[in-house]
Design a protein around this ligand. Structure first.
Ligand SMILES: [Zn+2]
Length: 466
């Protein structure tokens, strides 16, 4: 007798898609076979007409806890993740206190263990390398390290940021022996400062659209990524290039991949890949270089052909009133850069799959699984416990109905995030997650969260467990 049986679905197993049932017992997958060959179970889910995918892993999201819990916390953030079909999240370290030593890292683990409804691994900052904290944090279980090469204003003015490239280089040297990736938000602060000085001289420093249209540009990001590639390779440190949503940056990524001998991954975030339209986001909009046609085309080409390896949401919840006030007050930077994304990510990706933007037929869905789950689990050393539907793996499963049409609303697609808004209001999507299953338990069914706070587990890389 199994605990749970998923019947009649099309299941993604490591070799491709099969029509089969999945039997789950004790949180693990115990059999994948024709339904008639499977044991009976206490509970069944009928996945007729649906796809049964490895649980979606969000490699890059902002939980805002500790320090900024008016925007999000471990409960609301993981409920939003579960509602969006996500089974595992990696909260970023630009919180207060930033997890740059073991004590502060374990504070986040404790918060998550109390509140999370999906599995999680807080990402540590390696910037206290001179105090020997990097190997300690690796031992504590961080799944990778992250540096913000940026210090100006929230959300970058935390201990997880530095604009000193020599310090980033030293951090790479400290991370290298751990075998973990070091991710960097690239930013050439000289270029950024000069951009802001030019705006000031033109009398447009406080102009919201001018400010946001001229930051996060290629000169600022790509020039930094050139250096980061060089320093990380010299330090023999695996490097994850974040925010690859610009054509020139992607040209660099392709060049790096031809030459690089040390681990390298290119990451892009959903909020950059799905151009946010002014008519949808209204007063919550901001211009962004990633939304420009040339960059959108380059991003989707790279998502399709494999130049981009992994994807996250970059869920960046910001209060509606803070966004509006940042425009009104002439302090555009006060909104922070990003958008809430957890509850729209999978529907948007499935819509892209339906449109053939990731390849033809099931090839597109397979590519989505690779970008959003399988490859992440492999690179972060969580595979095959996470990121796979096979016997022995954790039963982390996202069931999707790829045919269902919906129109995005705040009520339905920003229901659980504390900020209760999405920038995609009115967008038509096709495809949505109907069930989020974490270690064999149905955490979300048709938008309803079915588990108590604290169900989520802190999960370390498999190599780091003794
Ligand atoms: Zn981010």
């Amino acid at each position: 007798m199994a605990d749970l049986l998923i019947e009649n679905g099309t299941v993604y197993i490591p070799s491709g898609f099969v029509r089969a049932g999945v039997a789950i017992e004790g949180g693990k997958i115990v059999a994948i076979a024709k339904e008639s060959h499977l044991p009976k179970a206490d509970m069944t889910v009928d996945a007729e007409g649906k796809f049964v995918l490895p649980g979606i892993i969000d490699i890059h999201m902002h939980m805002r806890e500790p320090g900024y819990t008016a925007k999000e916390d471990y409960l609301t953030g993981t409920q939003a993740a579960a509602a969006g079909g996500i089974t595992f999240v990696c909260p970023q370290p630009n919180v207060n206190p930033a997890p740059n030593n073991v004590e502060k890292y374990l504070l986040q683990v404790e918060l998550g263990e109390k509140k999370a409804v999906v599995d999680f691994n807080p990402v540590a900052s390696p910037l206290l390398y001179e105090r020997g904290q990097v190997p300690e944090l690796a031992k504590a279980g961080t799944v990778y390290f992250k540096i913000f090469q940026k210090v100006t204003k929230y959300p970058y003015d935390t201990e997880a940021g530095t604009s000193n490239t020599a310090h980033v280089y030293k951090a790479f040297k400290a991370v290298a022996p751990t075998g973990l990736y070091c991710a960097v938000h690239p930013s050439n602060e000289d270029v950024l400062t000069e951009t802001l000085n030019d705006l000031e001289r033109d009398g447009r420093r406080g102009d919201y659209d001018a400010y946001w249209g001229s930051t996060y540009v290629s000169d600022e990001l790509t020039s930094a990524a050139v250096q980061l590639n060089w320093f990380s390779e010299k330090a023999k440190c695996k490097y994850m290039a974040f925010h690859c949503w610009l054509k020139e940056y992607l040209d660099l990524v392709r060049m790096i991949k031809k030459q690089r001998k040390v681990g390298f991954l290119a990451e892009v975030e959903a909020f950059g890949a799905f151009a946010i339209l002014r008519q949808e986001a209204k007063e919550l909009h901001r211009p962004h270089p990633a939304f420009e046609k040339e960059n959108q085309e380059a991003t989707w080409k790279a998502l399709r052909d494999g130049a981009i390896d992994v994807m996250g949401t970059d869920h960046s919840p910001t209060l509606r009133e803070d966004v509006i006030e940042s425009r009104r007050s002439g302090k555009p930077e006060n909104r922070g850069g990003g958008f809430p994304m957890l509850e729209t990510y999978v529907p948007l990706m499935l819509t892209a799959v339906n449109k053939g933007m990731l390849g033809n037929g099931t090839e597109g869905l397979q590519r989505m699984v690779s970008l959003c789950s399988e490859r992440i689990a492999k690179e972060l050393r969580l595979y095959p416990e996470k990121g796979a539907i096979q016997v022995g793996s954790d039963a982390d499963i996202t069931i999707v109905d790829i045919k269902r049409d919906e129109t995005i609303t705040d009520e339905k697609h920003a229901r659980y995030t504390k900020v209760h808004w999405t920038p995609f209001v009115g967008r038509k999507v096709q495809g949505l997650p109907t069930h989020t299953i974490v270690r064999g338990t149905i955490v979300m069914e048709e938008g309803e969260i079915l588990v108590k706070p604290g169900y989520g587990n802190f999960v370390k890389p498999i190599v780091n467990r003794q």
